[in-house]
Design a protein around this ligand. Sequence first.
Ligand code: ZN
Length: 223
Amino acid sequence: MRRKPDLKLLLLTAIAFAIISGTALRADEHPPGVSASESLRMLLEGNQRFISGKMTHPDQTTARRVELVRGQHPFAAILACSDSRTAPEILFDRGLGDIFVARVAGNVADQVVIESLDYAVKHLGVRLMMILGHRRCGAVTAAVIGHDEPGDVGPMLSELRPAVEASKGEPGDPVENAIRENVKLVVTKLADSPELSAMVKSRELKVVGGIYDLDSGKIEMLP
Ligand SMILES: [Zn+2]
């Protein structure tokens, strides 16, 4: 005769596991579900569907909406530009509850953006963060054009100035160069931030950079 499972024993085992793993989860926290490499694979596969016009529009049903009422478990966090042509859910062919997104002109990371993305990592279990710049970015173009003009340029252009400065004099198109440099600098800023650096060092979190090409629809990953 099969014995019924001992509930007390199961409970004790669960508590012991939580203690051993050092992570007694808070009510609004979730264990990481998807690894960084799996997350990146899912994003790039979705982008491939988008490029070829074979979107499957996953997780956009009424059932998905209802399922998410209880909570969210996004598998990636993305910082993208506010540009209306660069919505990550569309470029990566995903749906509700899949991607935790922060969008701001020029995909720069001020403290509010850093804290927003930090929430996805610490409380929602996200293990991959992507900084997504895009070609023909108006914000970066404005920063390049106005770079040598004197006076206060405001917080957004100020955030873009280091990228314009760092890419100055590089061969090729100055706007394209500044767009790439900006993504690299924002990746470094987030990876080195007091909020996230420990998890990046311990390889619990990966921060990557990509550039979206409006013409081809392709996301190019930066090395
Ligand atoms: Zn832009």
